[in-house]
Structures are given as C-alpha cells and as structure tokens.
Design a protein around this ligand. Structure first.
Ligand code: COA
Length: 472
C-alpha cells in the first residue's frame, strides 16, 4: 500500500472506530493498539496540551481553545533559536480549522446541518429560498418589512447589462454552461468598478443583491444559448425560482406560469444548497477573496471550484453513472467495479458526513411529489437498488459511505427537464449566498489575512546554472 493509501486507511480507521463491522478491516492496517488508560486517572482541568520535544527534551504547554490548538503555537518548538520552528502538515486540510465561523454548523457523525442555528429540515419545510438567503447573510430571520425590502432589492437587480449578452453569444453552441457562468460572473466585475470598495458595507450589500439577482439570469441565458433559443427576460412578478424557470423555459406564451409543485421543489433544493461551511468552493471564495479582490472575481473562482466532479459536478456524474448502468440487473456488477477501485459510486461519501446526508433524506422524500407531476424517472429504480446494496455492503459500511446531496437531486432535475450540463449550475445559483456570507465573515474577521499556506520543500538543493551546450 502506498503512503497515501496508508494514510487514508488510517483516517478511515479513526473515523470508523465505533463501528464493530470494521474490525477485520482495521486490523489489517492499524498501528499498535493504544495503551490502556490508568484505572483511576486523576481529573484534569488545565485546558492545555503538553508537548515534549524528544530532540531537545524540552516541554511546552500549548493552550487548547474550542478543542483546537493554534498551529502558530507550534512555531516556538525549535532545536536552535534560528530554526523556523515546527509546522503542522495537513494536505487537503482534513484536520485544520482555517477560520471561526457562525454561519453553518454540520455534525457529520450525527448527520446534522443547521444554518445560523436553524435545522435544515425546518427551513426546508417552513422557509423560502430568499428568506433562508437573508438568514444566511444577516444571521437572523427577517421581520416582515425587512423581508419585503430584501425581496424587492433582489428582484429589481435581475436584468443584465445588454453587453453581457454579447459575451454569451460568443460561446460555441455546445459550451458547458458552467464555463459560461464562470466567465460571465467574472466579466461582471468590469461593469461595476465600485465593487472593489469591499470594506464599505453599503457597497458590499449592493453587490450582494446584484450577484444574487443576476446569477440566475446569467445561468438561464447560458442555457438558452446552448439550446439556440432567444433569451427570455426576467419577470419580476414571479418568485425567485418561478422567474428562473420562466427565463429557462418560456416559449411563445405571453406570460410563463410555473407549476407550483415544481417551483416549490426547486425552492427547497435551493434552500438545501445554500451553504455548507468550509467546502472546496467556500474555501476558494475565502482564499481568493482574502487577496481583497472584488466579489465578482471571487465568486467566479468559487463557481470554478464547484465545477469539479468531486464537488458540484457530482450530481451530473451521478446521472451519467445511472444512465451507464442502464438497468437494475446490472447494479451488482457495477458495485463490484466500485469495490475493485475501478470507479467510484458517485453521489456517495462525504468528507464531513459519516452518516446519511440530511439533505439527501429531504430530497429523496421530495422526489415522490415531483414525480407525481413529471412522471417517475426510470433511473430512480437503479438509484434505489444501488443505495440498498451499498448500505449493507461491508466496503461502504466500513468506510461510512452514505448517499450525499447529489445522489437523488440529479433525478429530480432531470425529471424537471433540466439537461445534465445544467446540474452544477443549479448548485451554483443558491450557493452564491453562502459564498457571499463566507466572504463577508472573512473580510470582517480581524484575525484573517491573505490566505497563504506553507509547504515542505522536497525539491533539489541550490545548484549552479549550467549553460545549454554543457548539459548532457
Ligand atoms: C466526496 C469525496 C470526494 C470525499 O472524499 P474524501 O473525504 O477525500 O475521502 P477519500 O477519497 O479519502 O475516501 C476514503 C475511502 O473511501 C473510498 N471512497 C470514498 N468515496 C467513495 C465513493 N464514492 N465510491 C467508492 N469509494 C469511495 C475511497 O476509495 C477511500 O478508500 P481507501 O481508504 O480504501 O483508499 C468522496 O467520497 C467522493 O469522491 N465521492 C464521490 C463524489 C461525490 O459524490 N461528491 C459529492 C460530494 S457532496
């Protein structure tokens, strides 16, 4: 086993420690058993970590706050005063908190997701996307007047500058809508030069409205471009999701009337995708934003991060996977290929959730309501069979791989007539508010600076330049 696989195996071991069924798997890869604690260990009250450096015999007391030590506290551990000091090595940030955040709370072991303290299940049941977006950005649910102003402000920024249509026209007919979205969001920074004034709260709010309002318009225009249809302009009398459906699907009718069940289903899907703490795209938003660039450029970076198949591109990959499997009878063969490492079961597994993703549960329930309107998606049976087999198979159980948000969402999107290429776009639209909230929190946090990780240099030592004629 290579060292990376070894490390993953160890990480899995610690993640699965409570799971009896993983015992055989663990012994294959485990380190020596931990020593048993003394029978009556004295009660310890100090919130510190004692570290002894065996190279020098020196001991250090490092404060623990919120179950965390500060990586900078390790720098005092040195052999000689001129040494750099100890760093922590954490590729992919699997055990590093990069910020303090009050926006979204996830308990991956229990399968809990709360925005600003409110459980996702209650928001999906009771709230609307725009109300949830207000909550995420402001920290509290709005009073009626605040809500009305918020909806008004977002609704009245939906129109794009006509020149943006020219960029969209310049894309090839088969351009992926995520590529178009990344580019056009970035291009918007050239229209709003004052957006650079990021420490002015009024300017920040103004451009937050613009981004929340215009990202659906950009997304819909990208879709219309790829289908060769004329752009459909926003209808400000419709809801946020109703208007989005209008800009996508309006044909020759004078006014587009969204189906209320599908409109609500999309609104709930938007609520479920609104934020998810320090994932890859939120980290991109914070990292790029920490250079103090304008929010359009930072959101473009976040959309780019979301495009990858391991992040927002996963629901697209799920649909392609289900289509490739083709029938329920071929599911066992496919599971075999996953277990041999030939392919991954897309829509399964999560860096944080080691339990059923709470969003996947809500989506699975909602699928029935959608299918009553659209007709049952034939790929659903394949998905249900995959889930049934995976949830009782040792490979998935021992690695704590459960369905994530992307496993069922693609089936709903497909039934609602969204082409597969649009799936990650449907993730980017609602996630815009999460990115904006993460960005603002980062900007206002006095502890944050430009993001700049360290490295362990593994290259050649200094050597002298060799002229080309003397190279071998
Ligand atoms: C989400 C994801 C990237 C998290 O990855 P991670 O936290 O880095 O976990 P790892 O890739 O280290 O996986 C741990 C182990 O589970 C296995 N694993 C993880 N996800 C798997 C999947 N979907 N199918 C099969 N095996 C999987 C890995 O092969 C690894 O096994 P190993 O220890 O024998 O090498 C990963 O689960 C994945 O690729 N899932 C599919 C894509 C997806 O649905 N993404 C959307 C996330 S919302």
């Amino acid at each position: 086993m290579d060292s990376a696989a070894n490390g993953r195996a160890r990480a899995r071991e610690s993640a699965s420690r409570d799971d009896d069924s993983t015992e055989a798997e663990i012994t294959k890869v485990s380190a020596p058993p931990a020593p048993k604690p003394p029978a009556a260990a004295p009660a310890r009250t100090a919130e510190t970590l004692s570290i002894t450096d065996n190279r020098t015999g020196k001991s250090y007391e490092i404060p623990i706050q919120d179950g965390t030590i500060r990586a900078m506290d390790l720098r005092q551990i040195k052999i000689k005063p001129e040494d750099f000091g100890i760093m922590s090595y954490d590729p992919a940030f699997t055990n590093t908190a990069a910020c303090r955040s009050a926006i979204t709370e996830i308990d991956g072991d229990k399968g809990i997701l709360n925005y600003r303290g409110y459980p996702i299940e209650q928001l999906a049941e009771e709230s609307s996307y725009l109300e949830t977006a207000y909550l995420i950005l402001h920290g509290e649910l709005p009073a009626r007047q605040q809500y009305e102003e918020w909806v008004h402000n977002i609704t009245h920024h939906t129109i794009l500058h006509e020149n943006i249509k020219k960029f969209i026209d310049g894309f090839r007919y088969d351009a992926h809508p995520m590529g178009m979205l990344i580019s056009t969001v970035a291009a918007m920074s050239t229209f709003y030069k004052d957006a650079k004034d990021i420490f002015n709260p009024k300017v920040r709010r103004e451009h937050s409205y613009r981004l929340l309002a215009k990202v659906p318009t950009l997304a819909a225009f990208a879709y219309r471009h790829s289908t060769g249809l004329p752009f459909a302009y926003p209808d400000n009398d419709l809801s946020y999701t109703g208007n989005f459906l209008n800009m996508l699907f309006k044909m020759t009718e004078v006014r587009y009337k969204p189906n209320p069940i599908l409109e609500r289903a999309l609104d709930v899907l938007f609520i479920l995708h609104a934020d998810h703490e320090q994932n890859c795209s939120a980290s991109a938003m914070r990292g790029v934003g920490s250079s103090q660039v304008d929010p359009y450029s930072a959101v473009a970076a976040a959309v780019a991060a979301l495009y990858g198949p391991l992040h927002g591109g996963a629901n697209e990959m799920v649909l392609r996977m289900l289509t490739e499997i083709g029938s329920v009878t071929r599911v066992p063969d496919f599971v075999k290929r996953v277990k041999s490492g030939e392919t991954r079961l897309m829509g399964f597994g999560h860096r944080v959730y080691k339990n059923y993703d709470p969003r996947a549960k809500i989506i699975k329930r909602m699928a029935d309501q959608v299918f009553e309107v659209t007709g049952r998606n034939p790929l659903l049976d394949i998905a249900l069979e995959l889930e049934r087999i995976a949830l009782q198979d040792e490979y998935f159980v021992s690695r704590r791989l459960y369905p994530n948000v992307d496993f069922y969402s693609g089936l709903i999107y497909q039934s609602m007539r969204f082409p597969v290429d649009m799936f990650p776009v449907l993730f980017a639209i609602p996630r815009t508010v999460g990115w904006l909230a993460q960005w603002e929190e980062m900007l206002l946090d006095p502890e944050q600076k430009i993001a700049r990780p360290r490295q362990i240099y593994t290259g050649r030592e200094r050597r002298e330049y060799v002229p080309m004629e003397r190279r071998g």
